[in-house]
Design a binder for this molecule. Structure first.
Ligand SMILES: C[S@@+](CC[C@H](N)C(=O)[O-])C[C@H]1O[C@@H](n2cnc3c(N)ncnc32)[C@H](O)[C@@H]1O
Length: 251
C-alpha cells in the first residue's frame, strides 16, 4: 500500500509541481539572460508520461532520494514503463549507483525479465574524461548497495538483477544486441559518454523497446549530445514533460 501511495505522490503530485518549478526557473533564466549551471534551455519536443505507458497504478520502493538518484517522479515514470516490458526480455541500465532504479525496475517489470546494470568501479581509468562534479557517484564504497536489504526478503526479485562492471565506452554490449525492451541511460554525464552510451543503447534495444535517458536539461553534456543526435538523425527523441527524462521507442 505504501508503495502505491509513493507512486501516486511521485507521478500525480511531485511530477507536475517540479515540472512547473523548472519551467519557471528556465523562464526567469531566459528573461534575465542567464545560462549555465545545472539547468539548460531545452529544445526537444515534449510528451506526457501518460503517453509512454499503459500503467495507471504505479509502485515505488526506496522513495528516499540521495544525491545521485533520480527524482521520485522520474522513478514512477520508469516503473510504469518497466511494467509494460515484454516478459522474458532483457532490461539494461548504464549507471547503477546505489541500485535504487534497478531495484525498482526489478519489482515493476514482468517476472521473467532480466535486469543488467553496468557501473564503473571506483578508481578506474576511463576512455573519456568524466564530467566535473560526478566523481562522488563513481567513488562510492559499493555499487548497488540498496539491493542488500531486499536480498533475503525478496530474493526472486533481486535475483533478476545482474551487476556488471566496466567503462561504458569500452564495455562489450554484443551479448545484449537487439534483446532489450527497456534501456535506461544514466552513466557519466560527459558529452562523449552521453554520445557513446546512446549509440550502445541503440544497438541493444529491440523492436518495440524503449530507451530512456536521464538528466536532459540538467547536465550540459547530456543536453548537447541528445539535441545533436536529434538534429542529425531525426529519430523523434522526446522530453517527458515535468522530468529530465528523454523517451524514444524503436518502431
Ligand atoms: C547518476 S548515477 C546513476 C544513478 C542510478 N541510475 C539511479 O537511478 O539511482 C551515475 C552512475 O554512473 C556510473 N558511471 C559513471 N561513469 C561511468 C562509466 N564510464 N561507465 C559506467 N558507469 C559509469 C557512476 O559510477 C554512477 O554509479
Amino acid at each position: 500500500m505504501r508503495e502505491i501511495l509513493y507512486g501516486f505522490y511521485g507521478t500525480m503530485i511531485y511530477l507536475p509541481l517540479s515540472g512547473l518549478s523548472r519551467k519557471w526557473r528556465r523562464f526567469s533564466m531566459r528573461i534575465n539572460n542567464k545560462e549555465g549551471g545545472f539547468l539548460q534551455q531545452i529544445n526537444l519536443p515534449g510528451i506526457s508520461w501518460k503517453q509512454c505507458t499503459n500503467k495507471k497504478i504505479i509502485e515505488i520502493r526506496e522513495h528516499d532520494e540521495v544525491n545521485g538518484n533520480i527524482r521520485i517522479s522520474e522513478l514512477g515514470v520508469i516503473n510504469a514503463i518497466a511494467a509494460d516490458c515484454e516478459d522474458g526480455t532483457n532490461i539494461f541500465e548504464i549507471g547503477t549507483f546505489d541500485g535504487r532504479t534497478s531495484l525498482n525496475i526489478a519489482f515493476s517489470s514482468p517476472s521473467n525479465c532480466s535486469i543488467y546494470t553496468l557501473d564503473l568501479p571506483a578508481k578506474t581509468d576511463t576512455q573519456f574524461s568524466l564530467a566535473p562534479g560526478e566523481e562522488h557517484m563513481v567513488e562510492k564504497e559499493k555499487s548497488g548497495a540498496r539491493l542488500e536489504k531486499y536480498r533475503e526478503s525478496d530474493s526472486s526479485i533481486v535475483s533478476k538483477i545482474h551487476n556488471l562492471f566496466g567503462d561504458s565506452a569500452s564495455f562489450d554490449y554484443s551479448p545484449y544486441y537487439k534483446s532489450c525492451s527497456l534501456i535506461f541511460v544514466d552513466g557519466s554525464h560527459a558529452y562523449e559518454y552521453a554520445l557513446s552510451d546512446t549509440y550502445a543503447a541503440m544497438k541493444m534495444v529491440k523492436k518495440g523497446g524503449v530507451i530512456i535517458w536521464h538528466d536532459y536539461g540538467i547536465w550540459e553534456g547530456v543536453t548537447r549530445a541528445l539535441e545533436e543526435i536529434e538534429e542529425k538523425e531525426k529519430i523523434g527523441l522526446k522530453n517527458i514533460r515535468g522530468t529530465s527524462l528523454v523517451y524514444w521507442k524503436k518502431e
